[in-house]
Design a protein around this ligand. Structure first.
Ligand SMILES: *Cc1c(COP(=O)(O)O)cnc(C)c1O
Length: 429
């Protein structure tokens, strides 16, 4: 693993005041070419948002940079971390903020080397995951002359359903690894068996998705153990880390872990959702990848886009990138660290109380999800607190709690009192 100086590993970016954030966004919008009644913008199939409803002279807008950007409606189509790609220079101002945002997350939060990562703001974790599969599928096809049917997508049974969705779209064979029922860790025996079986069926190239926290359990896959296996077997593989949920909490609650970062040469890309832990609006997924890979999904036919397109989604609002950048700057690295650590501590405290009550659950100590074994209280009780079940199709085995920002100590105290009174008192169905 590449060693860096210890100081380089300390995450840092400055916190900005609301006024400074506002000024920077307004300056960026100034650098964009606005759609104005008087502006000579004649060739683009876009305009500001329809003023029948989205009027641009609402007084609050001058103090609301995200809304202002929404209404001015810059298009961030394409990938703005590529220096050689041309861009629609009409929106260069806000696209520059997206570029800085990708660099900040890749270099400060995920400890990449300066200017060595590409990325973009995707619609969400689903798109970012499928984007990664698309890149690696084409990489194996171009670099190894692989046939589509020789490429497998490896992921655990606890992975997000965007994996089977992407496998279906891209015609990849799913290789689904079993996990231990209690620890939710990928079973080594299953890894060995499933890969052996896949090889016997002609799969030669492996796209491996590792969870930087699963949605249901908050479990984090053992990326070292799984990749050791592929290394030992000398199989061509590429690893994508799905940090849609955990990407904005784990790096702050387990800062010293070099495994889920760009310092780990075995991981090439990450998905991170802003619209989960960072509390940005929907439409703020992030896709980050080492330089040299995104070219595998360059759509040459994107003739009318200067610089072509490298993304699944095409046109997308610049306001989404602005919203992520604003939040990162509003907190600064120190503020975000404190926020995420507080949430994690609240989760730990809740676990301690569950221990005292003798409740059985699973939890990764760096993630704010607690999966409680079913059968300890009624479904009615679980529904009262909007706990989410592992399955709405089969028998419930787990109920999960996600300690989000709004899940304050007061409501947790009430929940625990109520839980104490409801433990094992009713039939569980
Ligand atoms: C939420 C989530 C996704 C999908 O993200 P969307 O933003 O809903 O598309 C993918 N993977 C994990 C682990 C998630 O938690």
């Amino acid at each position: 693993m590449a060693k860096k100086h210890l100081n380089d590993n300390i995450m840092y970016w400055e916190r900005y005041s609301h006024d400074k954030i506002k000024d920077i966004v307004h300056q960026a919008l100034e650098q964009n070419t606005p759609y104005r009644d008087s502006a000579p913008v004649l060739g683009i199939p876009a305009s500001y948002l329809d003023r029948t409803e989205f009027y641009d002279d609402a007084p609050f807008l001058k103090d609301a940079p995200f809304m202002k950007t929404m209404i001015e409606n810059p298009n961030h189509i394409g990938c703005h971390t590529l220096d050689d790609a041309g861009h629609i220079d009409m929106f260069a101002g806000t696209q520059q903020i997206e570029k800085e945002l990708i660099q900040l997350i890749a270099e400060q939060i995920f400890k990449g080397e300066p200017n060595q990562q590409d990325g973009y703001v995707a619609t969400g974790g689903t798109e970012a995951n499928i984007q990664a599969m698309w890149v690696y599928r084409n990489y194996f096809k171009k670099k190894y002359q692989a046939k589509t049917e020789e490429i497998g997508l490896v992921y655990s049974e606890d992975s997000h359903y965007s994996m089977p969705k992407g496998a279906n779209l891209l015609e990849l064979s799913s290789i689904i690894l079993q996990v231990d029922e209690h620890t939710r860790a990928i079973r080594q025996q299953s890894l060995i068996e499933k890969i052996t079986e896949a090889r016997a069926q002609g799969i030669k190239y492996f796209i491996v998705v590792m969870n930087l926290s699963t949605t249901m359990y908050g479990s984090v896959d053992d990326v070292e153990r799984v990749t050791d296996f592929f290394e030992k077997e000398k199989l061509p593989y590429k690893v994508h880390a799905d940090g849609a949920f955990g990407g904005f909490i784990y790096p702050f609650t387990n800062e010293k872990d070099p495994l889920y970062s760009f310092q780990n040469p075995r991981i090439s890309s990450f998905t991170i959702d802003g619209h989960k832990m960072l509390q940005t609006p929907y439409g703020t997924g992030l896709f980050l990848i080492r330089k040299g890979f995104i070219q595998y999904v360059k759509t040459e036919e994107a003739q009318y886009i200067p610089g072509k397109d490298y993304t699944i989604c095409g046109s997308r609002s610049g306001a989404n990138a602005i919203s992520i950048w604003m939040l990162l700057r509003a907190h600064g690295s120190e503020g975000l660290k404190i926020k995420m650590q507080r949430i994690n501590e609240r989760t730990t405290k809740l676990c301690k109380r569950l221990d005292e009550l003798g409740v059985k659950y699973f939890r990764n100590p760096h993630i704010n999800i607690i999966a409680i074994k079913s059968g300890q209280f009624s479904a009615r009780f679980a529904q009262k607190y909007h706990l989410v079940a592992d399955s709405y199709e089969f028998d419930v085995k787990w109920w999960k709690i996600v300690v989000m920002d709004h899940v304050k100590q007061g409501i947790l105290d009430k929940f625990l009192l109520d839980l104490d009174a409801n433990l094992n008192t009713e039939p569980t169905h």
